[in-house]
Design a protein around this ligand. Sequence first.
Ligand code: CAA
Length: 256
Amino acid sequence: MEKPIIVERQGRVVIVRLNRPAARNALNSEIMLALGNELAPLDRDPGVGCFVITGSDKAFAAGADIKEMAEKSFSEMYNDDFFAGWDRFAALRTPKIAAVSGYALGGGCELAMMCDIIFAADTAMFGQPEIKLGVIPGMGGSQRLTRLVGKAKAMDLILTGRMMDATEAERCGLVARIVPAERLMAEAFQAAETIAGYGKAATTAAREAVDRALEVGQREGILFERRLFHALFATADQKEGMAAFVEKRSPNFEGK
Ligand code: CAA
């Protein structure tokens, strides 16, 4: 049987490919469980410095698996806390880049938004079309999309169910970079290698600090940042990074 995800380690970078191309990478429970189970130990591994999550050329992911959900009752959804497993993915502490080619719809768009950075191929299409199915986003879309792009665009996308292309997604702040489709993985990998080459405590703290800006007021956020900044002076990587600058050489971060 095909594996739901393909996980490949290249040095300090882990590439995770969603592997249901025939179903446009529809996100079923198998994919959700595999991501949670397989990435958790890698997340804790100090030798892993960045994840790259990707799909196929045609689809990053076309949303939650509609065929799996269609016949479920309210009590099945509620009692199983359906989708709660995705919180495990969102909670991974290692930086993660979503490399999106083709459709990122519904849960696919929500999965990309659980990542720290989204790189979009020029073929990428984003949307939250759940309204067309008689539901609303259920993997965090109404919350993350609104924080990332603001109420106007979030309401437009969620209420009409329309798709937006990579240019619009970059313009509204959802996407960090647009790259030609054939360069997507090379660019994402290069950025991931750069991130993974830094001290892991610093990259983890950096993403926690940025995320905090979406959660709390500015005063609290700055205090949180300051405490993390101070704490990084307890790491060997801070000593190494600053010594290397003073000595005019490249730093060698060891994740300590
Ligand atoms: N769930 C289950 N199966 C899906 C799927 C999904 N989300 N998206 C696509 N597939 C399946 C299709 O049923 C089809 O299967 P068969 O070959 O067995 O018929 C196969 O993938 C290929 O799909 P298409 O023939 O439709 O491919 P296309 O290239 O013409 O169109 C598409 C691609 C525009 C993405 C279209 O498939 C589509 O609109 N998919 C549904 C998108 C959607 O509504 N997503 C939201 C899901 S709900 C959700 O995500 C809730 C949440 O908040 C988490």
